[in-house]
Design a protein around this ligand. Structure first.
Ligand code: SF4
Length: 369
């Protein structure tokens, strides 16, 4: 890396910190430097925008005010508090890490890189954020906002999706970091990325870095960071069954731990294979998954849902058991739940959407099967 010019270094440290002192938002996790609160907020903010994370943070902290309360909670309750946020591995990891901290670190969030980084769900970014903000240590926390700001300031020609580019930016941030002010500086860069140097239509005219920003000088700020060719997002068709017993309860299945959305509840079913009809796929899935034969009733609804790396179209059908008693394969948890009790379960988002359609549909239309 070529030496950083003094003017650029001054702008990205002193001017940026002065700007942050004037413009910082009074976010709830900024009220103190409690490591537990910082850890929860940084985990929440990894894949969630600030405005969306805010009410979740307050709800989560009132439900689990201390590390010990989180460690002693049931996973179901933690997932329920996370419901609707997506990326549920974050909630599962928080729960496991809290237990580990209680067991191995006497309930105190570690203040050493190796110990913190070894906890479930704690990557370089979270470790750096906690150590710098809560413990005042000199680690640069580099998230997407920070990468965008730095790649624009330098008008970096390398694609941001390349690992080598991200390594360069992390090294640059660590090199620029004003010693002894890492916590403030990390937050200042993130804040600039969130409020001013936004992905679309950055407010260059009110940016404290405008005089040194090379992307601005090209007149094409938005062209940075440079992105590589986009890969097409895979799409899957999924079909599930709304199976009702004689008492009007619905059958829910719990997704296995260690898989995507692990621990969340959903209607049983699965992916439609190439060339398969929806009805055929649902009968096969329920046979394989629960050991039952079903007759299909009317459709419950259709929803589109996008996950981080793929999209699904989810179809639901009412089903009637013709043969067999449902049993979760390989110990999978299944449960009959009264419709009015469903709200107590942490549901996958696509399942929530489907059940919302069901609730809105005229009764006769959907319950005539
Ligand atoms: S001048 Fe514009 S592009 Fe450059 S850092 Fe500021 S907001 Fe971003």
């Amino acid at each position: 890396m070529s030496p950083i010019p003094d003017t650029l270094r001054r702008a990205v440290t002193e001017d940026l910190l002065a700007w942050f002192a004037r413009h910082r938002r009074p976010l709830p996790w900024r009220s103190d430097r409690d490591p537990y609160r910082i850890w929860i907020s940084e985990t929440l903010l990894q894949q969630t925008r600030t405005q969306q994370a805010w009410p979740y943070f307050e709800r989560f902290l009132s439900r689990f005010p201390t590390l010990e309360s989180l460690a002693r909670a049931e996973l179901d309750d933690v997932l329920k508090a996370w419901e609707g946020l997506g990326y549920y591995a974050r909630a599962r990891h928080l729960h496991r890490a809290a237990r580990e901290i209680l067991l191995r670190h006497g309930g105190r969030i570690p203040d050493r890189w190796e110990a913190l980084r070894a906890l479930p769900g704690v990557g370089d970014y979270t470790a750096a954020a906690v150590l710098s903000i809560a413990y005042g240590q000199d680690y640069a926390a580099v998230d997407g906002n920070v990468m965008r700001v730095l790649s624009r300031v330098l008008a970096l020609p390398d694609p941001i999706d390349r690992a080598s580019t991200r390594r360069t930016l992390r090294a640059l941030a660590q090199e620029l970091l004003p010693r002894g002010q890492a916590g403030e500086w990390n937050q200042a860069l993130m804040e600039l990325g969130a409020l001013v140097c936004r992905p679309r239509k950055p407010h260059c005219a009110s940016c404290p870095l405008q005089a040194v920003c090379r992307a601005r000088a090209t007149g094409r700020s938005e062209a940075y960071p440079i992105k590589g060719a986009r890969r097409p997002v895979p799409h899957y068709t999924v079909v599930v069954g709304l199976i009702e017993d004689a008492q009007g309860r619905w059958l829910l299945a719990r997704r296995p731990e260690g898989k995507m959305l692990g621990g969340l509840w959903e209607l049983p079913g699965g992916k439609v294979r190439s060339g398969e009809e929806l009805a055929e796929a649902l009968r096969r899935e329920l046979r394989e998954e629960l050991g039952i034969e079903v007759r299909l009733g009317p459709p419950v609804g259709v929803v589109e849902h996008t996950y981080s790396h793929f999209r699904i179209t989810l179809h639901g059908f009412r089903c009637h058991i013709q043969q067999g008693t449902p049993e979760g394969r390989e110990g999978q948890d299944i449960r009959w739940v009264a419709p009015e009790e469903i709200g107590h379960y942490a549901l996958a988002r696509a399942t929530q959407k489907l059940l919302a359609q069901l609730a809105q549909a005229p009764q006769g239309e959907l319950f005539s099967g």
